[in-house]
Design a binder for this molecule. Structure first.
Ligand code: ADP
Ligand code: MG
Length: 348
C-alpha cells in the first residue's frame, strides 16, 4: 500500500480530505466540520441532548498489531453510540479527535475514518468535528457523541426496583474469547524467529468471536424493539467493561441487590468451545470479559411476556432488596456472592 506522509498536506489538508467523505444526514446538524464549532438544533422543545465521551489509547485500549485501523474506527464509534443507546436515546452527532505519531500516514488515517464513517452511516450519525494533533506516543482517539431523546424516555441506571427482571441482549464473553485468541496468535507470531517459516494465524471456525472483538455492533435494534413493544426499562447500562461491574453499577445507583442465574447467561457455542480450548471457566469469561457492547436493563416483572417477544433478549435474573446482596445462583443450585468469585472454584 502506498504511504503518504501527513506532512505533505498538513493538518488542514488532512481535515479537508476527510471532510470529502462526510455526509450530513440529520436535520439537527446545522453546521458540521469547517468552522470553530459545530452548530446543532433540537427537533422539539421537549427533546433533551445527551453527551458521552470516550478516550482510547494505543497500548492500553487497543493493540494495532492485530487491530486493523478501519476496525478500530468502527469499534470506537460503536462504543460511543452504545453509551447513548444505553440511555434509551438515539445518537445523532459525533466528534472525533485524534493524536497521531509519525508512524502513521495519510492512508492510515483514511482507513481509520473509513471505519468511523461506516459506523456513522449505519447508525444515522453525523461526523460534525474534532481535533487533530501530532503525538509522540502512537495513536490516541477521543470521541464525543451527542444523542437526543424525549425527556420522559431517558433511562438512567438508578430506576431498578426489587422484583424487576434483569435482561440482557445478545450473548456474553464472545469478544473476550476473541481477544484471547488474537493475543495467542500474536504471541505465536512473535515467538517465531525463523524467517524461513511463515506462520499464519488460524482463525477457522472462530470467525464469530473474532468478529465480536473487531467489529462490535451497538444495539440500536434493541432500543427500536423496546419502543415497538412500548417498554421503557426501569434502568439500563451498556456492557462495555465486564458484565458483573455493570450490574453492580445498576445495583449501586438504584440501591438494590440482584440474583443472577448462571444457567440463564446467554453464551454462544464458539465462545464455549474457545473457553474449553483455553481451559477457562466459561461463566468467568461471560461475567468478567469485556467489549460485549450489549445492553443490560431491568423491567417490571409484569412485562415478562412482552420481553419474551423481543428476539435476542434473555432474562438472566431479578432485582432484590439491597440486604439480599448481589448473588449468583450456580447451575448446581449453589448461591454465591458475585463479588467473592467463590463460584469459580465450585464449577471448574
Ligand atoms: P481549531 O483550531 O478551532 O481547533 P481546527 O483547524 O482544528 O480548528 O478544525 C477545523 C475544523 O475541522 C473544525 O470544524 C473541527 O471540528 C474539524 N476537525 C478538526 N480535526 C478533526 C478531526 N480529526 N476529525 C473531524 N473533524 C475535525
Ligand atoms: Mg483544532
Amino acid at each position: 500500500m502506498s504511504r503518504t506522509e501527513i506532512s505533505t498536506i498538513g493538518e488542514f489538508g488532512l481535515i479537508d480530505h476527510i471532510n470529502k467523505y462526510v455526509k450530513i444526514e440529520n436535520e439537527t446538524t446545522k453546521k458540521g466540520i469547517g468552522d470553530d464549532a459545530a452548530v446543532l438544533s433540537m427537533k422539539s422543545e421537549s427533546d433533551r441532548m445527551l453527551v458521552s465521551t470516550d478516550l482510547m489509547l494505543e497500548g492500553i485500549h487497543f493493540d494495532l498489531t492485530y487491530f486493523p485501523l478501519k476496525h478500530l474506527g468502527y469499534k470506537a464509534a460503536m462504543a460511543n453510540f452504545s453509551d447513548i443507546y444505553a440511555m434509551n436515546a438515539y445518537p445523532t452527532q459525533l466528534t472525533v479527535s485524534i493524536g497521531i505519531s509519525k508512524r502513521f500516514a495519510i492512508e492510515d488515517v483514511e482507513e481509520f475514518y473509513a471505519g468511523v464513517l461506516l459506523a456513522c452511516q449505519r447508525h444515522n450519525v453525523d461526523l460534525v468535528g474534532g481535533d487533530t494533533s501530532s503525538s509522540l506516543t502512537g495513536f490516541t482517539i477521543s470521541m464525543t457523541c451527542i444523542g437526543m431523546a424525549k425527556e420522559d424516555e431517558i433511562t438512567y441506571r438508578s430506576g431498578a426496583k426489587p422484583t424487576d427482571l434483569i435482561c440482557v441482549s445478545g450473548n456474553l464473553g464472545a469478544a473476550y474469547m476473541g481477544l484471547q485468541l488474537l493475543e495467542r496468535e500474536k504471541s505465536i507470531l512473535s515467538q517465531n524467529t525463523d524467517p524461513q517459516i511463515e506462520v499464519q494465524p488460524d482463525f477457522a471456525g472462530k470467525e464469530y468471536i473474532i468478529g465480536r472483538q473487531l467489529k462490535p455492533e451497538a444495539r440500536r435494534d434493541i432500543i427500536d424493539a423496546l419502543k415497538k413493544e412500548g417498554i421503557k426499562p426501569t434502568s439500563m447500562i451498556d456492557i462495555s467493561d465486564e458484565m458483573v461491574s455493570d450490574v453492580f453499577q445498576i445495583c449501586k445507583e438504584s440501591g438494590v441487590g440482584c440474583r443472577i442465574f448462571e444457567e440463564k447467561i446467554p453464551i454462544d457455542y464458539e465462545t464455549a468451545s474457545m473457553a474449553e480450548e483455553f481451559n477457562m471457566n466459561l461463566t468467568t469469561a461471560a461475567l468478567h470479559g469485556g467489549d460485549d457492547y450489549e445492553l443490560l436493563f431491568t423491567v417490571p416483572v409484569t412485562l415478562h411476556e412482552k420481553i419474551n417477544n423481543i428476539k435476542d433478549v434473555k432474562v438472566i435474573g431479578y432485582i432484590t432488596d439491597k440486604e439480599e446482596g448481589k448473588m449468583l445462583q450456580t447451575r448446581d443450585g449453589g448461591c454465591f456472592d458475585l463479588k467473592s468469585q467463590a463460584w469459580v472454584n465450585v464449577n471448574s
